[in-house]
Design a protein around this ligand. Structure first.
Ligand code: F0G
Length: 458
């Protein structure tokens, strides 16, 4: 018999205090931050759902690994334990450690990018897009049409549009397209998974055109769990085995180990092509560090070696995916529009629908995120026209969706924290029609959302 309640498959071993604040204190803090939630002091946030990146709780065994960390400059045993863990799941011949995912992107696109080049992806994450564009190349998003529709119930809304990919490769060919990327799960599209069938399809299109395929694999374990749950014929498979099949379809990968590998820092670049690896390692040595530690300390490599083993455990993944859906299902039951189906690492509020009185360029997502903070100290992240609206030529174009992401740090908050978040969302939704639009008063570029300042439109 199975129980209705899926409990956290751990007990708490060490705690961090949370600081309670009043609505007046939060309004003042937000004013001082130029209305940008990234500019708040984290102590002024009660429940921090800004990101699931590097914010998870490490396990007892990961902390034990930290003690075991060997800080030899070259050839540390911690490096070999890390390498073994990575290659157990992703058996690429060359693994290049970096301090986080965007460093892996920067190195790879320094080699593969450049003016006139085109990089297709189901949906580029913002740092991935920025690293492609920084080289003068063009980043193109080719997710299936259902992936842009917040209410479509397609089980694999992260899938690549294979016809669109084929058309792009037919037009531009391998000279202009150095690599095809698939992001698993599709973060910017709602944390939606990509099916094995679709990955096989992308591989076939790439083979037809002689182009290599890389995975942006940050949330590979959550993606594999969705495959196990949703894809015909996969229900009895071990998640690690599904991950290996995903890896076998690709020529390489970039990874932010701050997500599914359960690290607070870390990443890597991996590939089979020895010549490409050599060119990447050259940049690594100049910008990150020696090839057996990259941008990381030996202790970080140990934490990741252990985190990777925990990331594919079924009890953990069942809890992880269920606890994200718990939040999403409760919001749906309260009539609050969210991206469906509920993704793996986050619940995405549909600010475009909830704040339908605002134009996309009045930044409904920013408005909703600010309101969640002032109401209850909950910090989420706009994923909409602030993040994606500013074009390389300086013009503004509304994003495909206006979302606020409530990302769930791994193993960090309990069900009662989430019950509180649900209450805050309900209160804000009740007054959503009165929330103001925002205008941007200063912005850097690219990646303006991190440090832009705003003011409400009165
Ligand atoms: N790719 C994806 C799909 C990501 O979600 C991220 C980071 C990166 C690459 C870059 O990795 O942060 O280690 O440099 N996403 C975080 C987020 C920041 O909040 O979603 P990084």
């Amino acid at each position: 018999m199975t129980f209705r309640t899926i409990i956290e498959p751990f007990r708490i071993h060490s705690v961090e205090p949370l600081r309670m604040t009043t609505p007046g204190e939060r309004r003042a803090a937000l004013d001082a931050a130029g209305h940008n939630l990234f500019s708040l002091r984290a102590e002024d946030v009660l429940i921090d759902l800004l990101t699931d990146s590097g914010t998870g709780a490490m396990s007892r065994d990961q902390w034990a690994g930290i003690q075991r960390g060997d800080e030899s400059y070259a050839g540390s045993p911690s490096w070999f334990r890390f390498l073994e863990s990575v290659q157990d799941l992703f058996p690429f011949g060359h693994v290049i450690p970096t301090h986080q995912g965007r460093a892996a992107e920067k190195i790879l696109f320094s080699v593969l990018g450049g003016p006139g080049r085109i990089v297709p992806n189901n949906t580029h994450f913002d740092t991935t897009r920025a690293n492609v564009e920084l080289t003068g190349a063009t980043a193109v998003d080719l997710v299936i049409p259902e992936g842009r529709d917040p209410s479509s119930l397609h089980p694999f809304k992260g899938n690549m549009d294979l016809d669109a990919l084929d058309a792009l490769l037919t037009e531009h060919g391998a000279e202009e397209v150095p690599v095809v990327f698939v992001t698993i799960t599709n973060n910017s599209g709602g944390g939606q998974p990509v099916s094995l069938e679709n990955l096989h399809g992308v591989r076939a299109v790439c083979d037809r055109h002689g182009v290599s395929l890389f995975l942006d694999a940050c949330r590979f374990a959550e993606n594999a769990w969705f495959i196990r749950e949703r894809e015909p014929g996969q229900a009895d498979r071990d998640v690690a085995d599904i991950v290996r099949e995903m890896a076998s379809l690709a020529d390489g990968m970039t990874m932010s180990a701050k997500k599914d590998p359960l690290g607070n820092i870390g990443g890597w670049l991996a590939m089979d092509d020895a010549e490409l690896a050599e060119r990447c390692r050259t940049i690594l040595v100049i910008t990150e560090g020696f090839p057996t530690y990259g941008g990381l300390a030996g202790r970080d490599l140990e934490a990741l070696a252990q985190g990777l083993r925990e990331a594919v455990q079924h009890d953990y993944l069942r809890y992880r995916i269920r606890s994200t859906a718990y939040l999403g299902d409760a919001l749906l039951a309260a009539g609050i529009p969210v991206v469906q189906p509920i993704g793996g690492h986050a619940v995405y509020l549909d600010a475009g629908r909830l704040l339908a009185h605002l134009d996309p360029l009045e930044f409904p997502g920013q408005s909703l995120a600010a309101a969640l903070y002032t109401e209850g100290g909950v910090r989420g992240c706009e994923i909409g026209s602030v993040m994606f609206g500013l074009q390389p030529d300086g013009s503004e174009r509304p994003a495909a969706m206006e979302l606020v992401r409530l990302a769930i740090p791994r193993r960090t908050y309990t069900q009662s924290h989430i019950d509180y978040v649900i209450e805050v969302c309900e209160r804000v939704a009740a007054g959503a029609a009165d929330l103001p639009g925002y205008r941007i008063t200063s912005e850097p570029r690219p990646l303006r959302h991190f440090t832009a300042t705003y003011e409400p439109i009165t």
